[in-house]
Design a protein around this ligand. Structure first.
Ligand code: URP
Ligand code: ZN
Ligand code: ZN
Length: 459
């Protein structure tokens, strides 16, 4: 494998910003420093560019099938899209199966992902039923390098509070992490029933059926369940509200092991999108729904002050044509989810760093270092340091890209940020020293992504 020397750029980690070269040997970072040289290395000129650790997106749904509908971006297209946006490792959330098996979705997803991913990849487990095999199945999952599971407080695969405590206890004993989709199911069911009875089936009913207090209550309850399980580690996915954030702040202030993830859509888009004309509003159907401007501002504050730990995407790209076919006459039948993996780094850089909401180092922490650490991918991922995998993003801070499905490489037939102009875009992306994106072009070749066995939760 040819050595690589990234020369003349500004290396940014979660703690440091320095003018330095990066030497890569055998897919790993071999040195970071001034005026490095390397015999017969391939030189990449990074003058005027930022040299960052590859992005780590710990919440994707690239292989999801729900109600007979499959998302538009499979593992190949999804990871290609993620790579084009500067992400080099993803952690996929499998959907639940009807019988609630913990092991079957993992075997299926591993098969689908093998030799099919452009980036490195890992998996979360999912627990949709608790029974006599749960303890053994979860122990086996953690041994397989999958030390986190997702549980749902809503949808068909939801668990009740007692089952949640059981899963939290088991995962704590296994040094694993429970991630949770926190929304109050009973309230959503009741509000949905009322809206349906009144014949209110337009997109504006989507946020009305799942108000912010549903999330805040569920986050608060989940923290209580984690206490009941002996302060089991808890990770709240796709946090969307200021009220939910307040519950997380209180838990963190007490020193509880509670972590929070938000996504760009909850920082940048609001529920005004549901009032769009025609089918356009369907583009924004996802759960939790988009919230108010005040929620976006509260979440930005949470990113800046450390109350929110990571920014992931919840990339779940049903096509607009699929959303329209099911949801045009009844919003409650519309498949939920939006594409986002490709725009995560550029939007957070452009709207966060360039607009002065977060620092450059905090940006790196949120999109790479913290997700890698919390999800057991460090020290190989999430840093530019000797010994780490040479997953490197060379970002041009001046490049402006107008977002649209035509300028991006995802498969979905729309993009929720269409028309946004991002300032700053990844130009070259290395995965373990190999260029997967070079000068803004995806390098079509065999899929280099490997399954990453993650370490147990140690924070
Ligand atoms: O609507 C969404 N976000 N679908 C993806 C599944 C989930 O709840 O994360
Ligand atoms: Zn979810
Ligand atoms: Zn999700």
């Amino acid at each position: 494998m040819t050595a690589v020397l990234v020369k003349g750029g500004t290396v940014v980690t979660s703690t440091e910003t320095l003018k330095a070269d990066v030497r890569v040997e055998n897919g790993r970072i071999a040195g970071v420093g001034a005026d490095l040289s390397s015999h017969e290395a391939h030189i990449i000129d990074a003058t005027g560019k930022l040299v960052l650790p590859g992005g780590v997106d710990v919440h994707t749904h690239f292989n999801l099938e729900v109600g007979g509908l499959k998302v538009a971006d499979g593992f190949h297209e999804g990871t290609r899209s993620a790579a084009c946006g500067g992400t080099t490792t993803i952690v996929e959330h499998p959907g639940f199966t009807e019988d609630g098996s913990i092991t079957a979705p993992i075997a299926n997803y591993r098969k689908q992902a093998q030799n099919n991913c452009v980036t490195d990849y890992a998996l979360h487990g999912v627990v949709a039923k608790v029974g006599e095999n749960t303890k053994d199945d979860l122990a086996a999952l953690v041994r397989e390098g999958i030390p986190s599971v997702k549980v749902y407080m809503t949808y068909a695969g939801r668990l009740n509070d007692e089952e949640m405590i059981r899963v939290l206890e088991i995962m704590k004993a296994e040094h694993g992490l429970v991630t949770v989709h926190a929304e109050n199911h009973e309230v959503i069911a009741e509000l949905t029933r009322r809206l349906k009875d009144e014949g209110r089936l337009a997109p504006t009913s989507h946020p009305l059926s799942r108000p912010g207090y549903c999330e805040a209550e569920a986050v608060e309850r989940m923290i209580a369940l984690s206490r009941a399980a002996g302060n089991a580690p808890l990770y709240i996915v796709h946090l969307s509200t200021g009220a939910g954030l307040e519950a997380i702040r209180r838990a963190k202030a007490e020193g509880l092991p509670v972590y929070a993830e938000t996504c760009p859509q909850y920082l940048l888009l609001t529920d005004d999108e549901y009032a769009r004309e025609g089918d356009d509003a369907l583009k924004y159907v996802l759960s939790p729904p988009l919230r108010k401007r005040e929620d976006c501002e509260a979440l930005w504050q949470g990113l800046a002050d450390g109350s929110i730990d990571t920014v992931a995407t919840d990339h779940c790209s049903f096509n607009l044509s699929q959303k329209t076919a099911r949801g045009r006459d009844n919003i409650f039948a519309c498949p939920g989810g939006i594409p986002g993996a490709e725009t995560r780094l550029p939007l957070l850089y452009s709207e966060g760093v360039a607009k002065g909401r977060i620092t450059l180092n905090r940006f790196v922490e949120l999109v790479s270092t913290a997700p890698a650490r919390i999800m057991g991918l460090a020290p190989a991922k999430g840093d530019i340091a000797p010994g780490a995998d040479a997953d490197i993003v060379i970002l041009d801070p001046e490049r402006k890209v107008t977002i649209s499905p035509e300028t991006l490489c995802h498969n979905a037939d729309y993009n929720p940020y269409e028309g946004f102009v991002a300032t700053g875009w990844p130009e070259t992306v290395l995965l373990r020293g190999e260029a997967i994106i070079e000068n803004n072009e995806f390098r079509e070749r065999e899929a280099l992504g490997r399954f990453i066995e993650r370490s147990r939760f140690t924070e």
